[in-house]
Design a protein around this ligand. Structure first.
Ligand code: HEC
Length: 172
């Protein structure tokens, strides 16, 4: 009869693997002024090079979204994101047979964004966020809420998925 305990344990393991980031969209560089840190008797929480790169990718998506919304140009092409293919992950987080095809899809979409005509950028950008979400749906569901908030909500008519459900009161 210890099934709930087992599930809770599994949940904890999954959270540690993929959900240790704050759920609020805080700026990656600014440490939140948290009054206390959570110490759960297990300080395995180190930021792997891949996790750090993901934070950079998130910041890039945030600022690109803001730029597109105000009609500005794209940021400089983030050539370093190709490192997502080789950057060291948190142990056990990446099975390259599953991960790599999603990574190639993301990088391909990133290139498409820089090739797209200006009028199509927001749509292509949402496809890029879709590539984040597709991989995370397979390998790392923790950050999906934050990823959903990155979409530009362009009104070109055919936004596909129902990714951005109303989630919480953190809307700006
Ligand atoms: C090819 C798969 C893949 C793609 C594409 C991908 N991610 Fe990730 N993401 C991961 C994996 C795996 C981790 C866990 C990395 C680790 O812990 O080493 C991760 C971790 C994260 C984290 C948590 C980082 C932390 O601080 O621990 C965030 C946030 C994130 N991704 C956001 C994004 C965003 C935004 C995009 C698109 C711009 C994206 N990801 C694209 C696989 C992916």
């Amino acid at each position: 009869m210890h099934r709930p305990a087992l599930l809770a344990l599994l949940g904890t393991v999954l959270l540690q693997a993929c959900g240790p980031t704050p759920t609020e969209p805080t700026a990656p560089a600014a440490p939140a002024p948290a009054p206390a840190t959570y110490v759960l008797g297990n300080d395995e929480h180190r930021v792997s090079p891949l996790a750090q790169l993901m934070r950079d990718m998130t910041a890039f998506a945030d600022s690109t979204k803001a730029r597109l919304a105000t009609g500005r140009d794209l940021p400089p092409y983030p050539a370093g994101f190709k490192d997502m293919l080789t950057a060291e992950p948190t142990p056990g987080m990446v099975d390259h047979r599953t991960y790599d095809p999603f990574a190639f899809a993301y990088l391909h979409q990133l290139d498409s964004l820089y090739r797209a005509p200006v009028a199509a950028r927001r749509e292509v950008f949402d496809g890029l966020i879709g590539a984040c979400a597709a991989c995370h749906g397979e390998v790392c569901p923790g950050p999906l809420e934050r990823i959903g908030k990155l979409r530009s909500d362009h009104r070109a008519g055919t936004t596909s998925k129902e990714q951005d459900r109303p989630i919480d009161g953190a809307a700006h």
